[in-house]
Structure formats: C-alpha cells, structure tokens
Design a protein around this ligand. Structure first.
Ligand code: CTP
Ligand code: CA
Length: 228
C-alpha cells in the first residue's frame, strides 16, 4: 500500500446497518418511541463505508445527516424497517443498531383521539413488531455471513447479552448499559462488552465514532483477506 492510498479491507463487501428509533403511530399526531439518537448506528455505517464496504443504512426518524458514501433508506415504523431490510438483502454483513419498538399499536386510529369529558382515558392495545435481527440471523440462503446485534440492558449487562446472543442466533452482540445516568442513549460516548463465540470482551469507554471504527476493523479482520 503506497502512501495516501486508502486502506479498504472491506472493498467488495456489502453491509446493512439499521439505526435510530422507530415511531409507532397511535393516531395522526401521536406515536410511541424511544430515546435512540441514531448516532452509534450512523457512525458504524460510516466506518464500514470508510473501510470500503458498500453500505445500506436503514434509518428510523433521527436528526442526523446522511453519512458520506452510504445509501440511506429512511423509514418510520418497525414494519417499514423490516421491509426495507429485506429489500436490501443479500449482504455480507448486517449490523442491527436500531432501537426497534418492540410493540406497535393494534388498530391505529385514522383520526386524532379526543378527550371526552368524564370518560376514562383510552386504552392502547399493543401487538409485537417483527424482530429484524432474529429474522436476519435465522439460517437460510440469504443469511449474511456475519450478523451483529446490539443489546440495550439496564441490569446484569453481560449475562443478559450472552442470553440475547443465543436467543437471537446472531454471531456477535455488542452490549451496552443504558441504565439512567450512563448517558449512552443520546450521548456521545459508549462503553460496551463485545460478545463473540470466544466469549465476552470488555472495551474501554470510547467516543461512538471510535467505537464504530474499532468494530468495523474487527469485522474486516473477521473476514480476513479482502476480496479483489
Ligand atoms: N431488534 C430488532 N428488531 C426488533 C427488536 C430488536 O432488530 N423488533 C434488534 C436490535 O436492533 C438489537 C437487538 O435486536 O440489535 C437487541 O435489541 P433489544 O431491544 O436489546 O432486545 P430485545 O430482543 O428486543 O429484548 P428486550 O428489549 O426485551 O431486552
Ligand atoms: Ca427491545
């Protein structure tokens, strides 16, 4: 490699990243959501592209600009995210960073729900959203060679993540502690435990952009020799 030439160990590989929250409508003006900023997922999509991968980023609603050199597909709901992910297949690498809402509202109202004097508050019925990571990790001809999930945990992060890796069938889990006070969701930094087939690895506190580069390098190392 000559001076100034980009080091692109993921050249010739394709990657899919999900990022951000999903918004699940209640009615035309309200939704159910979560605190994901999208920063970590956007940083990972960007890092994979910097290392030469062709990256599709399927993003929930966030206040972030498209990362350079990445194809961005913007969606609102978990069901839309799943559809966009299926459309992006097949890929070599999938990294699910999105905080997909676990539930959506059953029977979304097509009109704004109004208060009614003396009437009790409305009761919202929830149904499960598709599990995108589990779908990607399931055995099949279109399963990406490397499927990486994230785990947001508030208690016993490592044990929870090891269980989650087995339950989802993914290859790696990046586990982070999102208990209040640690400033992960919405913050600039992240401290994670990477769970692979070799067990847990504690990473130091890193800026989300540095964590993204380290993870992308790690993915490149897992693939080994670049494809030409
Ligand atoms: N995930 C997904 N689709 C969902 C829910 C989660 O793709 N419907 C992915 C996330 O992107 C993340 C991983 O699954 O990579 C774990 O998400 P998390 O919310 O921590 O786990 P859940 O299985 O939803 O379990 P719980 O929220 O109950 O801890
Ligand atoms: Ca969840």
């Amino acid at each position: 490699r000559s001076r100034g030439e980009a080091w692109e160990p993921l050249a010739g590989r394709t990657a899919l990243v999900t990022a951000g929250p999903t918004h699940e409508p209640v009615d035309p003006v309200r939704y159910l959501g979560n605190r994901s900023s999208g920063l970590q997922g956007y940083a990972i999509a960007s890092a994979l592209a910097v290392l030469g991968a062709r990256v599709t980023l399927v993003s929930g609603p966030v206040m972030l600009a498209d990362p350079a050199g990445v194809d961005v597909v913007r969606v609102e709901t978990g069901v839309e995210m799943e559809r966009a992910v299926r459309t992006a297949l097949p890929v070599d690498i999938a990294v699910c960073v999105a905080a997909v809402a676990d539930w959506r509202i059953d029977g979304v109202s097509d009109r704004k729900i109004k208060k009614q004097a003396g009437a009790p508050p409305p009761v919202l019925t929830l149904v499960s959203n598709p599990d995108i990571l589990a779908m990607l990790a399931a055995p099949g001809p279109e399963r990406p060679a490397l499927v990486v999930g994230f785990a947001a945990e508030t208690n016993d992060v490592e044990a929870g993540a090891i269980t989650k890796r087995a339950r989802k069938g993914c290859d790696w889990i990046v586990a982070n502690d999102v208990s209040t006070g640690t400033n992960v969701m919405g913050g600039q930094d992240n401290r994670v435990i990477l769970i692979t087939e070799d067990g847990p690895e504690r990473w130091p506190l890193l800026a989300k952009t540095d964590l993204a580069l380290r993870l992308a390098e790690r993915i490149a190392a897992w693939f080994g020799t670049p494809v030409m």
